[in-house]
Design a protein around this ligand. Sequence first.
Ligand code: GDP
Ligand code: MG
Length: 435
Amino acid sequence: LSTKLTSAMRTLKGKGSITDVNVASTIKEIRRALMDADVNYKVAKEITDNIKDQALGQKILIAVEPGQLLVKIVHEELTKLMGGEKQEINLKGDPAIVLIAGLQGSGKTTFSGKLAQHIKKSGRQVLLVACDIYRPAAIDQLKVLGEQVGVEVYAEPENKNAVSIASNALEYAKKMGKKVVIVDTAGRLAVDEAMMAEIEEVKKAIRPTETLFVVDSMTGQDAVNTAKTFNDRLNFDGVVLTKLDGDSRGGAALSIRQVVEKPIKFISTGEKMEALDQFYPDRMANRILGMGDVLSLVERAQQAFDEEEAARLNKKIRQNNFTFEDFYTQLQQIKKMGNIKDLMGMVPGMGQAVKDVDISNDSFKPIEAIIQSMTKKEKENPDILNSSRKNRIATGSGTSIQQVNNLLKQFEDMRKMMRMMNKVQDGKMKMPNLG
Ligand code: GDP
Ligand code: MG
């Protein structure tokens, strides 16, 4: 997905602004990329329609290329669609009861062990309950995991009634003063009526504080259908997305959230008991987009650049009116964006290039001091700077005449460039005859 999106974004790069025409093909590519990632067509269309509306409504900032701006919009949209904020598991109740549901092989038992360890770390007494009565090895699997994370496992190998095991376990937990009970259940390879009825019964009997639906992120489009079926019967509280360490596509996270309107609470990223993370929508959006730091660059630029100020400067440049005062203002804007070196490092491909270069905000200090030592009249009209004025400025700013002269020369060059650009734009200047 990420390479597709990257190329979709690239199409927009270098275009002056976001318009209907240049956004349309990019939007189409984004939609195709989402569908390739197993996001269902309706969901993908909804997402891209939203993105398009927002993109067209955005004012373009001079500092940000439209492509980058679109990345930001897509990122925000994906984050929002996946719930915005991270959602905590509800562990109220004494004991709190967590019911784990899902298809066989989705990672329920593994997740139960991980969750037990996660909760145990916060200092609460946990009990794991083995309610998979169909596979003889299931109890042993949970026992091994329980031992590994140091959590007691409740099991009744002879009992073939999941509802009664769960109820007995609950009673045992209360007696032993356990604070959280995690009930691992059986799952079939595909949704079937008997299995659904059983877990429904278990749910009714133990009244869990939290029912979590576990789903294998590698199953793509099927994951969405399974989620819908489970949600219709169980009305679960949250989703656990497993096997995100594999070659999984981001689509499941997006579509499940959209279709069942339940938050994803955890992601599972490996077979080790430590491989459990809370679900952060913005991080998942990052991962889907694969665009790393470009986003924070865009954000910082947007915060720092005052659009009106930019327009004002633009006008002054157009009128050949750019003064040292304006130059100083512009320096402050650049500095507001953060450390210069960091900023350059965030531009893709630039990180290596500036690694060993010493650019710090301090590099601007002498320039700022020189400008601050000028009178208002001097800033507006540097032509009046004779040698006695230059001497005074150098002394006042703690710099040398040479530094003052250098800055004056750079400034004059800059103004010349601006005048030339204005002429080109006005069509007053003919291209030099190269023949
Ligand atoms: P259950 O049938 O739903 O209880 O699923 P299990 O917990 O037994 O997991 C099925 C298989 O998937 C096992 O081999 C697990 O080790 C593996 N598994 C579970 N979660 C993950 C995960 O996040 N990443 C990877 N790579 N494998 C996982
Ligand atoms: Mg299991």
